[in-house]
Design a protein around this ligand. Sequence first.
Ligand code: MF3
Ligand code: CO
Length: 325
Amino acid sequence: MIPLVFVFLYELSFIISRRTYNAEDVKRLAVFSSRKGRLRISMKAKNRACHRGYVACFFRLFKITMLRMMSLLQLKSKNEIQRMQEAGELLAHCHSEIKKKIKPGVTTDEIEAFVESFLAEHGATAEQKGYQGYKYATCASVNDEICHGFPRSTPLKSGDIVTIDMVVNLNGWLADSAWSYAVGEISAEAQHLLRVTEEALYRGIKEARIGNRIGDIGYAIQTYAESEDLSVVRDFVGHGIGPTIHEEPQVPHYGISGKGLRLKEGMVLTIEPMLNIGDWRSKLDDNGWTARTEDGSLSAQYEHTIAITKGEPVILTAMEKSSQA
Ligand code: MF3
Ligand code: CO
């Protein structure tokens, strides 16, 4: 309830502050009025503009405070991060088993069934199943599918790329990680896409440190991806995560360095760049879930759940203990 009130007030402040004048407007109004020789009107306009300027300032401060409070509510203790890491290690273990299974002829239905039994064996559950009506434990996105592809009975064939994404719930704490896999022999273009997308993830993770801002993560990913002639999907972003899948703040994989919310110790975020060979635009399938590239080009994704600590960012879903970041 309390967070809802914050969100409401935050939105309200945003609407109001957008309609008020800033310092530039105040100057312009004054100059405009005095040119016409109507000093009295000018003073009046100026006063009113100043008044609105103060209101804007107040609401901007209010907005920043609300954002701070909202992000504070989501900070995790060392113990909570430890529990998320346990979920993350199980998820990484599951991915390393999937990696062995990805071969021409295998179906994503089989991968789905494997994940369900693997998690059950280890006392965990698949958080995506039932999430907002989603029916499966995994998302399995093939070739031009960007994300939220459904597992299906069509066998994978040599040359395909497939992204398996899942969220593991272990004793109430979550971890989220996606990995793109090559099926058999893939083209040089597809290999390049996979290599750059994985590297883009680690470049983003490097920026996830105290004092940096959200925009620094997206900036690192976008500049690298575009320098390699790939595009960054805009319609899906990373997010805070904890006992629920999607928490504040959002983590875009594009952006401006030095902009956005400041990163704090105890934030747990997903960084999950989706890169396309062609244009960044996506379209949604009739199933209401699956997003694919508008131009039909290949898309890949790598995702880790990370924790911001005093030192290096900690990858909670690391495949091996010694991470690259
Ligand atoms: N793992 C996805 C993410 O990275 C969550 C998708 S929710 C689902 O945000 F229900 F679509 F699976
Ligand atoms: Co995910």
